[in-house]
Write a protein that binds this ligand. Structure first.
Ligand SMILES: Cc1cc2nc3c(=O)[nH]c(=O)nc-3n(C[C@H](O)[C@H](O)[C@H](O)COP(=O)(O)O)c2cc1C
Length: 406
């Protein structure tokens, strides 16, 4: 299948522009053998390349390009399929934008096209050429440093309690994981993540339950979460707990049950965030929003968890605006390499900024993911990069520290 990949990247400072000539010559030969064609634009700082050809070959060459140390911050902008090549003749021509007149550079590039049809602006690939040449997206290029420019240094204040000390017949347990602001070194909130008594997953906890038992067990488990949090010496730390949206609808007096459990453990509603998980659609929206109003009226904040996954999407946000959203791991994964993920997250940030909704990104595992998200304007993070969930305990946090140049 004829495949097109477009990416942009940044030339490394220590690579002389002259060295590109030999690279282009070698690439031309390799592309020719692999039946891959395309064009490479360079503006003095950034590259922009379109590669076209058989899927396997285009992807193999793109992989090699991604690992090339002569450039960095390689961001895939488009991967698409089509009936014919746009730049069929050119093996891999380097086109230096600085050598062409600004006003007709785009036309000069388009004139190199070999498509049977006139190359038009309606084509997504060619629209990308336009935005690169006209530099209209340049403010969205975040030039993040390499992953090894930071050390992640764990604190030594991790602590645990035994589940039995909290409740002799506890039917579930919780692991705690912090949501942090890495640059101010502040723990924004601690999330209580449901586990079985022995530390198994929430799926294990729910699998033997059916019908409305699930909602009762969901609500009841929060009593253990609050008791564990109090026993861990939470004091005025903010605590996040998860709730299925339908628990609020299906269990009568769910809010009173929560408030009683909060008070019994010496906590206050203002320090609690209820995060709604995305696993199920909210079928009785009116009843749900009525209970959310009661929750908010009691001082508890609300968040949409896993925003961007399952039912926690734009439609839910249009219906109901929480105090915060947590961007799902699937959107965060490899965000520094993916144009589509970057565009979606930037749109979420813009939307939440307009609505004064706080944002955190979850499932952050790589330094580059964190650095890109921080550059885009997110300051609160949760993920293994900083701290893993700790069963019945508060884990150490690995705070980032910038390495100093020797
Ligand atoms: C901006 C840029 C564009 C490149 N374009 C191509 C290309 O179109 N085809 C290619 O084979 N190599 C290209 N390369 C080089 C590859 O990254 C890599 O060095 C090469 O595929 C390795 O080939 P080899 O393993 O056969 O030596 C490019 C490198 C850079 C920095």
């Amino acid at each position: 299948m004829l495949t097109t990949i477009i990416y942009r990247s940044h030339l490394c400072d220590d690579v002389p522009v002259k060295a590109l000539e030999s690279m282009v010559a070698a690439a031309n030969l390799k592309n020719g053998r692999a039946d891959v064609t395309g064009i490479l634009l360079f503006n003095g700082t950034h590259f922009f390349q379109l590669l076209e050809g058989p899927e396997e070959n285009v992807k193999a060459i793109y992989q090699a390009i991604c690992h090339d140390k002569r450039h960095y911050n390689v961001v895939e902008l488009l991967c698409d399929y089509g009936p014919s090549r746009r730049f069929g003749k050119v093996g891999m021509e380097l086109f230096d934008l600085r050598e062409h007149d600004k006003d007709d550079v785009l036309q000069t590039i388009l004139d190199k096209g070999t498509s049977r049809y006139q190359l038009t602006y309606h084509d997504r690939a060619l629209q990308f050429f336009r935005t690169f040449v006209e530099a209209t997206e340049k403010e969205n290029y975040f030039e993040i440093p390499s992953a090894d420019s930071w050390d992640f240094i764990p604190t030594d204040d991790a602590r645990t309690v035994s589940l039995a000390s909290v409740s002799s017949d506890a039917y579930c347990g919780f692991a705690f994981q912090p949501i942090i602001d890495p640059l101010t070194q502040e723990i924004v909130s601690l999330e209580a993540l449901l586990r079985t008594r022995s530390g198994g997953s929430p799926q294990n906890y729910f699998e033997c339950l059916s019908g409305d038992e699930i909602y009762l067990a969901d609500l009841d488990s929060k009593k253990i979460a609050f008791a564990l949090a109090a026993s861990l010496g939470l004091r005025d730390q903010v605590l996040s707990v998860n709730l299925l949206p339908m628990t609020l609808v299906k269990v009568p007096d769910a809010v009173t049950v929560l408030l009683n459990a909060i008070a019994e453990n010496g906590l206050v509603p203002e320090q609690i965030i209820v995060e709604f998980t995305e696993r199920e659609a909210i079928s009785e929206f009116e009843a749900f929003s009525q209970t959310v109003r009661t929750l908010k009226g009691s001082g508890i904040s609300v968040a949409i968890d896993h925003f961007g996954a399952g039912f926690a999407g734009l439609q839910l946000l249009a219906q109901f605006q929480p105090d915060r959203i947590k961007i799902n791991r699937d959107l965060v994964r490899d965000v520094h390499k993916s144009g589509p993920r970057q565009a979606i997250i930037q749109a979420i940030i813009k939307c939440c900024t307009s609505l004064e909704i706080a944002i955190s990104a979850v499932g952050v595992e790589q330094p580059e993911e964190w650095m890109w998200l921080e550059s885009a304007g997110i300051s609160q993070f949760q993920g293994h990069l900083f701290a893993e969930p700790c069963f019945c305990g508060i884990p150490a946090v690995a705070w980032p520290e910038k390495k100093t140049a020797l």
